[in-house]
Ligand binder design. Structure first.
Ligand code: AMP
Length: 362
């Protein structure tokens, strides 16, 4: 067990690391962040922050030597970087990163566990893409196999002609059929060092241009119907990876005949997740606190939802300039601003969580 007072290292410096650092501080831990040079919003909340390259094994080893446990807040930390953490435990185990960093590996892994991704094909060239489009059909989406996020590195393809006109990105990709879904949801779980698993309620997630816009509880009845199966896949994934900490699986809830009305797996994040930010105010224990508890070997907190209705909405780009207006509402709007300097279009700047004791009027 890593006791309060110890130092937690966080690889990555974004808002997830910032909120993790807050949770760690509340439990009496110190945090040190590590990320390449730049403006890191986690740095304001960490006791110390080290700027170093991901390929600087000596710098990462020196960083780890100052920590009692190291975790990550960003799933594209290169495997070579995590390999340099040797002076203290790295939790979760990096095998989770290896699986989740590659969309193909991730889909195969979930299929092996009995889960069902959208129809997909590995695509390495324009010719492969033409074949994949013929086999899977249109509409579909071409995604880079690695390093895409928030809809970046994705191209929607409406026809074989559109596929032929696309300038193929010079990187390994996956072509997947567009899922005719009714709703999107995520399963967020925490697994403790002793294998205990807790699930938070699953929100209904709405996206805009591939980026999460809002997460709402309660989710639709269709999501409630498909949740059992989705949780089973998530549990199997966490157990197969012997995962310790918070992890997230995203799903499409479908009614389509070809999917048999089952949840379709979209992607997995081996970390706390944007669709779990509501847990800070509205769950008995937040995703950030339970991640810290899990990686330190402390008992997990309850994942119970404390309100009848919850909504988390992201603040994106220039919206941040007027976001403080929500503070004048009824006192149940909780504003989080991440301290990013430039409110660039499409950039996640913060979020607002609203809670209600009663369900929405019908
Ligand atoms: P991703 O980065 O893969 O999570 O994609 C971002 C968002 O794009 C998803 O949350 C969906 O709204 C949409 N999307 C991605 N893949 C598909 C798909 N195969 N079918 C339908 N919508 C998709």
């Amino acid at each position: 067990m890593i006791l309060p007072g110890a130092t937690i290292g966080i690889l990555g410096g974004g808002q997830l690391g910032r909120m993790m650092a807050v949770a760690a501080a509340q439990l009496g831990y110190r945090t040190i962040g590590y990320a390449p040079a730049g403006h890191h919003v986690a740095a304001d909340l960490c006791a110390d922050f080290v700027e170093g390259e991901w390929d600087d094994a000596a710098a990462i080893a020196a960083f780890a030597a100052r920590c009692d446990v190291v975790t990550w807040e960003f799933e594209n930390v290169p495997l070579a970087a995590v390999g340099a953490v040797s002076a203290c435990p790295l939790v979760p185990h990096p095998r989770a990163l290896e699986t989740a960093q590659d969309r193909l590996k991730e889909k195969r892994f979930i299929e092996q566990l009995g889960g069902r991704p959208a129809p997909y094909a590995a695509v390495g060239s324009a010719d492969d893409l033409a074949r994949a489009v013929e086999a899977i059909g249109t509409p579909g989406i071409l995604k880079t196999a690695r390093e895409g996020y928030d809809g970046k590195g994705q191209w929607r393809i409406g026809s074989a002609r559109e596929a032929a006109a696309l300038r193929f990105p010079g990187k390994p990709c996956v072509y997947e059929g567009l899922v005719d879904f009714e709703a999107e949801f995520s399963v967020i779980l925490v697994r403790g060092a002793d294998g205990e698993i807790g699930f938070w309620d699953s929100t209904e997630n709405r996206h805009h241009d591939g980026m999460l816009e809002s997460s709402v509880l309660p989710a639709s009845p269709l999501i409630a119907q498909q949740l059992g199966e989705a949780r089973q896949i998530a549990r199997k994934a966490a157990e197969a990876l012997d995962y310790v900490g918070v992890m997230t699986l995203e799903f499409f809830a479908t009614r389509a005949k070809e999917t048999g009305g089952a949840p379709v797996f979209n992607e997995m994040a081996p970390r706390v997740h944007n669709s779990g930010h509501w847990t800070i105010e509205a769950a008995a224990t937040s995703q950030f606190e339970n991640h810290i508890r899990a990686i330190c070997g402390l008992p997990l907190g309850s994942t119970r939802t404390r309100f009848a209705r919850v909504e988390m909405r992201n603040i994106v780009g220039p919206e941040a300039l007027t976001a403080r207006a929500v503070l004048g509402e009824d006192g149940e709007a909780h504003l989080h601003l991440y301290g990013k300097k430039e409110a660039r279009e499409g950039r996640k700047m913060g979020h607002v969580t609203r809670v209600w004791d009663a369900p929405a009027a019908p």
